[in-house]
Design a binder for this molecule. Sequence first.
Ligand code: ASP
Length: 412
Amino acid sequence: MRKISLAKKIFIALILGCVCGIIFNLVPKNFDILLEIINLIGQIFTNLIKSMVVPLVFVSIALGIASIGDLKKLGSVGSKIIAFYFGTTALAVSFAIFFAKLINPDTSFYIKNVPEISTDIHEKISVSKIILDIIPTNPIEALAQGSMLQIIFFAILIGIGITLANEKGTPVKKLFESLNEINLKLVAMIMNFAPIGVFALITYSFASFGLDIIPSISKYLFVTYLALFFHAVVIYNLMLKIWTKLDIKKFWKKFWPVAGVAFSTSSSNAALPISIEAADKMGVSRDISSFTLSLGSTINMNGTAIMHGITVIFLANVYHIDLSLSDLIKVVLMSTLASVGTAGVPGVGMLMLAMVLELANIPVSAIGLVLGIDRILDAGRTVVNVMGDCVCTLIVAVMENDLDEKKFNADV
Ligand code: ASP
């Protein structure tokens, strides 16, 4: 018999969950005990996901930073590429939140709340507190309590420390490589349980929400793809125009195969060899592209950040949770950092969403509502993730006078 892929199983579980949940909701019988069991299964799955967030973020960020290798290399190219990666991710999530707010006229938060917030001194204090809260006084406590911003900050320091320690740091780097591998294996193992988890979470949600949820889910898919499309077509093209003056059509022609691999594998890592090859064809020197593109496939996830921003707004609406401006700022910050911690493999962005949701005080189990359709979103957001790496690499290559324009303009 042909093996059904995990993605298909999750999709089937989603459909079954919708059907069963709606039946539970519509049939006027008391299913309390059964629903309790289903809810328990969903919660077990949610806890498993949550249990992976701290190790995954800590290890993958420390390793990502340590992989830069020589800190001098971090100098010119490194600082530029990191600035572009962080900048575009923050821009992506901000636009995503704006899009989601715009398409939900009933929750036009910006118009309603801005004046109040701009005069509120406490808001200002809490914004500076967010910044101070990033620096842990006790990293072990931060790890134990799952304070994600502090964990990320500490992981970056560890990564720099490993790099500075040179050979003496190599055993620790090797340890992190091994831990990273273990983490990815565990994630894959948990994801095998995903069809049951998704079925349970969706059934429970639909049993509680009934049919009312369907229009908002379609809207969620539509808004996310619209924001991804906007970022890929408008923002990246604008960036290329502003910083490079290169022919955008030529970029698209050479990027196309990368987009195909990213879309079909939903993995930035899988697309990495193809994007390095495409960068070759675009005339970027290997010295730059191998460093910036591998770093990008680990820390630069514009598409994932877009999904985070929109999902937070969507789930906050579903649960009637009002997000203040400071919550939204935290979401932008956290999502930018979460994208750093997102491994370039399928589905991890959804896992990272857990920490963004926690920060916004949205129940993590709400992930069940979107997990079943995540495969559809993952494909699109991975294309944007990889495209971001390529665009930023091209810009940095131009800035460093390291782009062979003849090669860029040559036909493929
Ligand atoms: N699949 C994405 C990537 O590899 C990560 C994510 O799940 O958002 O780029």
